[in-house]
Design a protein around this ligand. Structure first.
Ligand code: INI
Length: 177
């Protein structure tokens, strides 16, 4: 391995992405822009793992499970819930956002909310437009920023004291990828 490769790996970040298949014409664009955003920051495909789920409602469980593997510095959630197409829009939005937030707090891994919640398909398309700084690209940026903050904080020495005052550290990585 070259010296520069060593350096790159020392600062290596790995990302998981959960993307829902529902409203695929929108979520496909979000995913493409998210991958572009990560690549522009030097994240290589080998450090990105993508899982697809049926709809936004399934995102939190899979995001939490990915986070619990300890293999990712952040997990990015991408989806599109569109009111015009569902009478249970409010339930899906509420459960998806609540579940994603809970998963982040429960695992200590940043889990990024890149789920569009719009009134119409046109609004969703607009916010997924690859020619703009869309929600997918925004999610990639948020994931990198938050992962860096977490790495800085995790590198700090935890306070001394009894077990209850020692902060949990990031889960140990498995060897290999
Ligand atoms: N899932 C979405 O991601 N977006 C939607 O707009 C949507 N609508 O319209 O119903 C949707 N429904 C599916 C839901 O997320 C679950 O996959 C399904 O209920 C099975 O649990």
């Amino acid at each position: 391995m070259t010296v520069s490769e060593h350096r790159r790996r020392a600062g290596r970040f790995r990302f998981g992405i959960v993307v829902s298949k529902f409203n695929r014409s929108v979520t496909g664009k979000l995913l493409a822009s998210c991958l572009d955003g990560l690549a522009e920051q030097g994240i290589v495909p080998a450090d990105i793992h993508v899982e697809r789920v049926p709809g936004a409602f399934e995102i939190p469980l899979i995001a939490r499970t990915m986070a619990m593997t300890g293999r990712f510095d952040a997990v990015i959630c991408l989806g599109a819930v569109i009111r015009g197409e569902t009478p249970h829009f409010d339930y899906i939005c509420a459960e998806t956002s609540r579940g994603i937030g809970q998963a982040a707090l429960a695992t200590g891994v940043p889990i990024i909310f890149g789920v569009l919640t719009t009134e119409t398909v046109a609004q969703a398309m607009e916010r997924a437009d690859p020619s703009k700084f869309n929600r997918g690209r925004e999610a990639a940026k948020a994931a990198i920023e938050t992962a860096k903050v977490m790495r800085r904080l995790n590198a700090m020495t935890p306070p001394q004291g009894n077990d209850s005052t020692v902060l949990p550290r990031r889960p140990a990585r498995r060897s290999g990828k």
